[in-house]
Write a protein that binds this ligand. Structure first.
Ligand code: ASP
Length: 346
């Protein structure tokens, strides 16, 4: 019997056509285009249905509402299909893949998020291959995770970052290896795949919480951070230097961070380096963060840290529990290091 895949088409370059105002999505176009791809009719390919969203979005406009809609549509169709493919713009694809990873609790089937840098409409495009392989993976392989497929690579969704605005190799997973590689064959690295033990899908809807992401810069003004940390802020992801360092010459910065934390603001420290981890307390220049009660995001991407914060706030956990869980891996989004301090080696 043919496998069945449910395709959710949210918008993005993949289905765009050229208009007077630049590339824009076009309703009904995806059905026609997919129908014209003869490979999709091959025996080895699954049957599919497409749920084209009423409003097709450039992914810059995707928000928690769309994350919730995608998750709910997967839930509604969960028992009828073998796997799910989400067609999405590339700009915020890593955020959506991260959010879905947390929202879809107990997931036991593949959810493959993909898109393209060049629309299907163009003669030379990356859309065709991405769609064909995403459909094959969603229907024929035991990868019950939220994945992101792009340019021959299957990533864990909550480990990805968009690293190129114009290369067809647009995504990276800097701190976790591939889940599969699609070369001559599709080679799945099954030992890396997470299998949920308590299967039974539950969608956790994210609430709308005020969360900020701030990249630390040399000479950062304390006033700027103080303004961001004001109520009603509930959580902040600080992209710090290196292993979690910030400028510490202005002592007021430490007080501002501590006051916010005492008010219940959750402070997660990630690194602005593409690879490696943030681990506060290694250098003196992160002591203000330690004293303020901030927690290390280790090697989490900012995208995953953001999704995780929404998730933990939506669970209504208290701040202590949230901080504790930030530092644990819930979906394979983080590797807790066995870090040796710089000085410990001497
Ligand atoms: N702006 C587009 C989007 O993210 C880019 C793309 O899909 O590649 O929706």
């Amino acid at each position: 019997m043919k496998k069945k895949v449910y395709i959710i088409y949210t918008g993005g370059t993949i289905g765009m056509v050229k208009t007077d105002k630049g590339y824009a999505p076009y309703k009904g176009y995806m059905y026609k285009e997919l129908d014209a791809i003869s490979e999709l009719k091959a025996d080895i390919m699954p049957e599919y249905v497409i749920n084209e969203y009423e409003t097709l979005l450039d992914s810059s406009n995707v928000s928690q509402q769309e994350w919730k809609k995608i998750a709910k549509d997967i839930e509604k169709n969960y028992h009828k299909y073998d796997g799910f493919v989400v067609l999405h713009g590339t700009d915020t694809m890593a955020y959506t893949a991260s959010a879905l990873a947390f929202m879809l609790e107990g997931l036991g089937k593949p959810v493959v998020v993909t898109g393209s840098q060049i629309p299907l409409w163009e003669v030379r495009n990356d859309a065709r291959e991405n769609i064909i392989t995403a459909l094959q993976i969603a229907s024929g392989y035991d990868v019950p995770e939220v994945c992101l497929y792009f340019n021959g690579k299957l990533f864990r969704g909550c480990r990805t970052i968009k690293t190129s605005s114009d290369s067809l190799d647009a995504f990276k997973s800097p701190n976790f290896p591939l889940l599969a590689k699609a070369g001559v064959d599709i080679e799945v690295y099954y030992h890396r795949i997470i299998h949920n033990t308590n299967k039974g899908l539950n969608v956790l809807e994210f609430g709308d919480f005020p969360i900020a992401v701030v990249k630390i810069i040399p000479g950062m003004q304390t006033d700027v951070l103080e303004n961001i940390l004001k109520p009603p802020l509930k959580g902040i992801i600080i992209e710090a230097f290196g292993v979690g360092n910030i400028p510490t010459q202005d002592e007021r910065l430490g007080r501002v961070l501590k006051e916010a934390s005492d008010r219940g603001v959750v402070i997660i420290v990630c690194t602005q380096c593409l690879e490696g981890e943030a681990h506060i307390g290694v250098y003196e220049t992160s002591s203000m963060l330690v004293e303020a009660g901030a927690v290390s995001g280790y090697d989490m991407t900012t995208e995953a840290a953001l999704a995780k914060l929404y998730y933990l706030f939506s669970k209504n956990y208290d701040v202590k529990k949230i901080k504790c869980l930030v530092e644990e891996s819930l979906r394979g989004e983080l590797t807790k290091p066995l870090l040796v301090g710089v000085g410990d080696q001497r």
